[in-house]
Design a protein around this ligand. Structure first.
Ligand SMILES: Nc1ncnc2c1ncn2[C@@H]1O[C@H](COP(=O)(O)OP(=O)(O)OP(=O)(O)O)[C@@H](O)[C@H]1O
Length: 825
């Protein structure tokens, strides 16, 4: 294992900063081998002559990219604090390979491990089939209107029927608590109110009398809301809809003071590398060329169209090249990924190559982020022989295990799956890891990830380089201490809770009595103000899914991204949004961090998140890499605090904040339309639920057959072990959600002893409820194969019959996710 020692930088030419020369921390064992450059024929680039090198800084400019390159670029002004200069321009350009500005990161890396994964139900397809069926049955929209008219005249009957059904559902729900699928749907209500949305911005002026009156009437709904908040705590929600102040907000209080007290200052002085060494003067003429990067890396940088390093890259690359630990913070979209990938690649060029070994681990909090970082790194390393592996949950373990067995140089993954491989994948070891990066490190340092992170950190070698990056990076010593950092270098660029200047933040103030019109407001915005390239954030995945059905029924091209989807659906959703085949991505906070999708014009917050930090990450999905963008936030009175913080911070840096007023008449018309659509949404959700059941059964049958076929081989495999019991895992998940949503954290768990864990595992095994498919397997094992197949077919037939019955019902059971949607009277 490599030891930390002072040697000279193992790159071509001189070290980037003389003062660090004697301070190089060696972690990657260097080699005398020549730096390999991939054969041009192997690379994606057609002509070597046109490829830029470290010595060809002025690439040929072509086509539409000429405009970009011709635009006179202002040199970045030096700023004393090293903060993001407001005039800093990202420069991208044709790199001479004809590649030009890079078009965005694909998710190709995930495809290999996506085969044989659970498919999930395609909502658009389901709605298309419904429409075709309706057309075949001669049912038109006019018929629907007639039906609606009939419905209205039969309102009393219907209401009675609904009540009966609700009772029925309530009983069902009580009977089966394990299947909590209650939606926290706040569909439009019937309240009549004429009040206009205020034109004034948030925080301006005292509440009017009307507002006070409205508040009183809103209070009547409180009991109902409390009930709903409790229901939200089921596993179906990544987040909750209750308005609870986030601990961060409480801690920061109104003054939002970042100033440390004396004790914290002293701690930081002892913990971080001395500040005076780190005085950083952004260099207006900074370029990748004078960072002494090797030719293959320069070609990789050109390959993705970067021509000037961003400020965080200017700061981080030289320091990271020295092998130092780094705690880095810079605004969303400011190029942090390349800030750690580039120096890692450069250092890896000089690794010994005789024996393949994994030297770098990059951990991300979400699967999508890991897949994206993988894609960025692979593209930057296009002209090197550096190999990559993915260790990401939701994708095929076996495909990944085969990849990791080859000991790729860099593994990029999520903590849970990485631990799984660490424990269970044969031929894969972590004792050669020399560099660890935590992307979105503040999130990774939260309690929800604590056990997983400890497990990893305690298993990999202590002597390593550790780098932490986030737009909302903490420099709290207490939080960082457990990572055993070695005098880390703190590199912060514009970390004073600012968002980028090119982002216009709009707020739509929603008065209490208009809150039930929120969905109509969203649809109005999406139909009239934003036509495409828009991400809408929700707190609840159940609601995000319901809105997805509404969008589809209204002909708005949308897809969704949240934790209830299969990984294949998640990857496809991002790809569909990325390639423009859908206009709207309806997401939970799963998508709030790190996702880098080119040309996202607008981010809409259907609700505000619980902390200003998460708000920053969410709106940071637009206005990236120097582009402009807009966020539109539907904000209720209860969410005033974050709005105030956002306005104050934006104004402090001269960014634009706008109060948007919506056309009430249009919103009201839409609200009525949405009311009428509600039954159909319920029907679609019910059909989807049935299809999902059938899919699950089919999958179980397939699994049983597979088990039968390969029983000997499967039995011969070593049993997989887990570092957490299911109960511990569920608890960690709860904590993680609470942190994301600002709930009070459950009490800290004490780790289980080995014996206790064994007992837990045994209990879990015993309490495992046998499924119908298990019985099928048992029957098969007993040698009654034919009977088993019959049973399996019977199950599927039964499900189909049930499905058919439900489809044929005139008034289906409401609520695909069980229970009465909110707002229905
Ligand atoms: N030097 C550069 N020149 C031009 N574009 C760049 C440069 N560095 C990065 N970019 C582009 O900037 C965008 C944002 O980069 P990246 O995703 O690394 O940002 P980030 O700081 O990690 O953001 P977040 O905090 O949201 O995760 C990417 O599309 C990337 O291609």
């Amino acid at each position: 294992m490599a030891k930390r020692k002072s040697v000279t930088l193992p790159v071509k030419g001189s070290a980037p900063k003389a003062k660090f020369d004697d301070d190089f921390v060696m972690t990657i064992s260097d080699s005398d081998d020549d730096v390999p450059i991939l054969d041009e024929e192997e690379s994606e680039v057609e002509s070597e002559d046109e490829a830029p090198t470290a010595t060809s800084p002025e690439p040929e400019v072509r086509g539409k990219k000429r405009k970009l390159a011709e635009k006179p670029s202002k040199p970045a002004k030096p700023a004393n604090d090293g903060g993001m200069d407001s005039d800093f321009e990202f420069q991208t350009g044709d790199n001479g390979d004809g590649v030009g500005e890079y078009d965005g990161w694909g998710f190709e890396g995930a495809h290999a491990a996506m085969k044989d994964q659970k498919k999930g139900v395609d909502i658009d397809d389901l709605i298309r089939r419904r429409k075709e069926k309706q057309a075949a049955e001669g049912k038109t929209e006019d018929d629907d209107d007639e039906e609606e008219a009939d419905d209205e005249s039969d309102e009393a009957d219907a209401e009675e029927e609904e009540e009966d059904e609700d009772e029925e559902e309530k009983e069902e729900a009580e009977a089966d608590n394990s299947e909590e699928e209650e939606g926290d749907v706040t569909f439009a209500g019937f309240e009549d109110d004429d009040e206009d949305i205020a034109a004034d911005g948030f925080g301006a002026g005292a509440e009017s009398e009307e507002e006070e009156a409205a508040k009183d009437s809103a209070d009547e709904d409180d009991d109902e809301d409390d009930e709903e908040a409790e229901e939200d705590e089921d596993d179906d929600n990544e987040s909750v809809a209750s308005e609870v102040p986030h601990p961060d907000d409480l801690a920061n209080s109104d003054a939002e003071s970042d100033e440390d007290n004396a004790e914290e200052k002293a701690k930081k002085a002892a913990f971080f590398a001395p500040e005076d060494e780190l005085v950083f003067n952004p260099d207006p003429s900074a370029s990748f060329q004078n960072m002494n990067l090797s030719r293959p890396i320069m070609r990789g940088i050109a390959n993705v169209g970067f021509s000037t390093p961003t400020l965080i890259q200017q700061k981080a690359i030289p320091v990271a090249l020295l092998g130092k630990d780094v705690v880095g913070g810079a605004q969303t979209g400011s190029g942090k990924t390349a800030a750690f990938v580039i120096p890692i690649l450069e250092r890896l060029l000089y690794r010994p190559k005789k024996v393949a070994s994994t030297r770098v681990l990059i951990l991300c909090p979400t699967r999508e982020l890991a897949i994206q970082a993988h894609s960025v790194a692979v593209k930057l390393a296009a002209y090197t022989d550096i190999k990559f592996g993915l260790a990401v949950g939701g994708l095929s373990v076996n495909v990944q295990a085969a990849e990791l067995k080859k000991r790729p140089d860099i593994i990029i993954g999520t903590p849970g799956r990485f631990i799984d491989h660490m424990r269970n994948s044969q031929g894969f070891g972590v004792d050669t890891i020399e560099i660890v990066v935590l992307d979105e490190a503040d999130r990774m340092l939260e309690d929800g990830f604590a056990d997983e992170l400890n497990e990893i950190i305690n298993t990999i070698p202590k002597s390593r380089q550790t780098m932490l990056f986030s737009a909302t990076m903490t420099d709290s010593v207490d939080k960082l201490i457990r990572l055993s950092l070695q005098r880390p270098v703190r590199l912060m660029v514009d970390t004073k809770k600012t968002t980028v200047k090119t982002l216009v933040q709009e707020f739509v103030r929603i008065r209490p009595q208009r809150e039930k019109h929120k969905l109509a407001m969203l649809i109005h915005i999406c139909k009239e103000l934003v036509s495409s390239r828009c991400i809408v954030f929700f707190r609840s995945k159940v609601f995000a899914h319901r809105v997805r059905v509404v969008f589809s029924l209204l002909g708005l091209k949308a897809t969704e991204l949240h934790g209830s989807l299969t990984q294949e659906q998640r990857v496809k959703a991002v790809e569909a949004f990325r390639d423009g085949s859908v206009d709207f991505l309806l997401a939970t906070d799963l998508a709030s961090r790190g996702l880098d999708i080119k040309n996202v014009d607008v981010v809409i917050n259907f609700e505000l998140p619980q902390s200003y930090d998460i708000y920053q990450h969410r709106i940071g999905r637009t206005a990236r890499a120097g582009r402009s963008g807009r966020s539109i936030t539907l904000a209720t009175e209860a969410e005033r605090k974050i709005v105030k913080t956002a306005v104050r911070n934006a104004q402090a840096q001269g960014a634009k904040v706008v109060s948007r007023v919506l056309d009430n008449d249009k919103v009201d018309t839409l609200h009525v339309k949405l009311e009428k659509l509600e039954t159909e949404v319920d029907e679609v959700l019910e059909e989807e639920k049935n299809e999902r059941h059938i899919q699950t059964l089919e999958m179980q049958v397939r699994r049983s057959e597979n088990l039968m076929k390969h029983e000997d081989e499967i039995r011969a495999r070593p049993k997989r072990t887990w570092f957490e019991s299911q109960r511990e895992k569920a608890e960690a998940k709860k904590v993680s959600k609470a942190e994301l949503n600002g709930l009070e954290l459950p009490e800290k768990r004490t780790p289980m002893s080995g014996k206790k864990r064994k007992r837990e595992e045994l209990k879990e095994e015993k309490s495992y409820k046998k499924t119908k498919a298990d019985r099928v397997v048992k029957a098969q094992r007993g040698g009654v194969k034919a009977q088993a197949k019959k049973d399996a077919k019977k199950i599927v037939r039964k499900m189909e019959a049930k499905d058919g019955m439900k489809k044929g019902r005139s008034a289906p059971k409401k609520g695909g996710f069980k229970g009465k949607p909110k707002g229905r009277k």
